[in-house]
Design a protein around this ligand. Structure first.
Ligand code: 2M8
Length: 427
């Protein structure tokens, strides 16, 4: 294992700041130098969360710059491109062609997909911990309408199953790109995707089905990013428990933020209740939440770290919380991992300790599960998740992800959300 001398809290904090300084573009933070040269959607929410207690202005700037890419439909894109680095990442702006769409923002090029809607939660976190209260209040007033519009988009354009949940229409929208949860829905594309020859480079991550990923993007783009096309034809549509658990947490955040913005919290409370019922009715099976493949018409059997997303909801019934915590602490996840939480259950055939979202442990999902444990009063679990995550970065540095057995770092170095969330965990 590639370990380094353990560093104390003060040194770790300084190192985290230097990563965030190096990855700052002047208006936003890129996920990592080199591989990810643009602004990514949920990466920026984690950066804002990490900065919340330390730098209200920069945390706010992170969200403001991301929302400059919001479409008039309310959709918040998964990448906001930096013009100077246009084709430094594939697929770049020339593939997405956002500028051709009447609802895209003027003067900013973006992707046409979204990512988990953690934005309102991140804003609430900034509001809750801000030392600069006036800046935080102004930020809430400025961003609240944009976030309400984002939630409106999810409810209106993404309830493809008609049951009250938002569907992802591409694995990239989950943030957990090559999770085994998408294997079956992607396998069903085998016939159709053969008609297309992708212009893209070989996949960055083994097993990530790069040609199918690009093929899905091109179909959606060529259909004009049209919600009717998504409902009627798009071949990939999945209700992901993490995406929807995050949406629910963000609805609850809007309930808290609405009075600050002079708005009515009622609709957000109703939306949250609606999502909770839908999660329980549509995604719960055999002691855990599972992704629902809408095109295949079935739940995906494998459990992944995404299965615990609905635990972010303080209103989740206590017997469900207890069942989920048992699975999380069992040898299927934390019980057999030296460095929790593996991104896929260890006993699954698809589990791969070294492959991106198919096994490695990630700082962002650990942070979310620590938060989930805390909201349910599972203090020992929350403590273990916090200390184990800090042990990962202390030993391996701010890597993109980590081997769940020996803690060795994987993927990019100097990864922004690993650094930012460390600042929160050190607080
Ligand atoms: C990874 O996803 C991008 C595509 O969006 C990629 O593989 O190129 C994921 O880990 C995703 O969660 C993350 O937001 C992004 C940037 O860090 O990288």
């Amino acid at each position: 294992m590639e370990a380094r001398a353990a560093v104390d809290d003060a040194a770790l904090g300084r190192e985290a700041w230097s990563v965030l300084t190096a990855n700052w573009t002047g208006s936003a933070t890129v996920p990592a130098p080199g591989l990810y040269p643009h602004q990514w959607n949920w990466d920026s929410t984690f950066v804002a969360i990490g900065l919340a207690r330390w730098d209200t202005r920069r945390a706010g700037a992170e969200l403001v710059s991301l929302l400059a890419g919001q479409w008039r439909t309310g959709m918040v894109p998964h990448i906001v491109f930096r013009p100077a680095h246009a084709e430094g990442y594939f697929p770049g702006p020339s593939v997405w062609r956002s500028e051709d769409h009447p609802d895209s923002p003027h003067g900013v090029r973006t992707s046409g997909l979204t990512q988990p809607p953690l934005h309102a939660f991140a804003l609430w976190w900034v509001w809750r911990y801000a030392t600069d209260r006036d800046t935080a209040a102004a930020l809430v007033r400025r961003l609240y309408p944009m976030l309400a519009a984002q939630h409106g988009y999810l409810a209106a354009a993404r309830d493809l199953g008609g049951g009250g949940l938002a569907a992802i229409v591409h694995p990239w929208e989950s943030g957990m790109d090559d999770s085994p949860a998408w294997d079956a829905p992607l396998a069903a594309l085998t016939q159709v995707h053969r008609t297309h020859r992708s212009a893209g480079p070989p996949g960055r991550h083994p097993g990530s089905n790069p040609d199918r990923y690009v093929w899905l993007v091109l179909r959606y783009r060529d259909a004009g990013y049209d919600p009717a096309y998504l409902r009627q034809e798009h071949p990939f549509a999945v209700e992901d428990p993490m995406f929807n658990g995050i949406w629910l947490a963000s609805c609850q955040a809007l309930v808290e933020l609405a009075p600050v913005a002079g708005a009515d919290p009622g609709p957000h409370r109703e939306q949250a209740e609606h999502i909770r019922s839908a999660l329980l009715e549509r995604l719960w099976d055999d002691g855990a939440f599972h992704a629902r493949d809408l095109r295949g018409g079935r739940l995906v059997p494998v459990c992944t770290v995404g299965s615990f997303g609905p635990m972010l909801d303080p209103g989740l019934p206590s017997e469900r919380v207890a069942q989920l915590a048992r699975v999380l602490e069992s040898p299927r996840f934390m019980g057999a991992a030296g460095y929790p939480v593996p991104s896929c259950e260890i006993r699954a055939q698809e589990f791969d300790r070294s492959c991106y979202w198919r096994g490695p442990s990630w700082v962002n999902t650990n942070w979310l599960l620590r938060r989930a444990a805390a909201v349910h009063g599972l203090t020992t679990l929350a403590h273990v998740l916090g200390t184990c995550t800090l042990r990962l970065v202390r030993q391996g540095g701010f890597r993109e992800c980590f081997d769940p057995f020996d803690g060795s770092g994987r993927g990019s170095r100097d990864f922004s959300w690993s650094a930012a969330l460390t600042l929160d965990l050190l607080a």
